[in-house]
Write a protein of this length. Structure first.
Length: 124
């Protein structure tokens, strides 16, 4: 049931992308953390134009997740929390996104927390 809610959210936000671009707003990238597996992201679309990009991040897995890209990151999100992050991509390229998921949110303060999910966003 929760997976269906996440997919419905993803579809609704993705459907609004053309209207946002036409209105001059920055494109929105929808990020679902922790689904389909705890250690993955669903990122839609996977390709955007350079300039400002708004990331809408929703966390559906069990562990705390953050989302990092282009030198910016969200706070750690708990189950069913969401946030937004705006990143300005000044030039085209392939930008790696990653996550630091931790069993204990207090562990975030440690420098040795390793990424557990990630991928590449293509910026044209």
């Amino acid at each position: 049931m929760r997976l269906h809610a996440g997919i419905a959210l993803l579809a609704a936000l993705a459907a609004s992308l053309p209207a946002a671009v036409a209105a001059g707003k920055p494109p929105t990238v929808v990020v679902v953390a922790g689904k389909p597996s705890e250690y993955s992201f669903q990122v839609t679309p996977a390709r955007v134009k350079h300039g400002p990009v708004l990331f809408h991040v929703t966390k559906l897995g069990r562990r705390a997740h953050s989302f990092e890209i282009g030198g910016r990151s969200t706070k750690s999100l708990g189950r069913h929390q969401s946030t937004t992050l705006t990143v300005v991509f000044k030039k085209p390229g392939r930008y790696i996104y990653s996550d630091k998921c931790v069993a204990n949110p207090n562990e975030q303060e440690q420098q040795n927390v390793t990424p557990c999910a990630g991928g590449v966003l293509t910026v044209t």
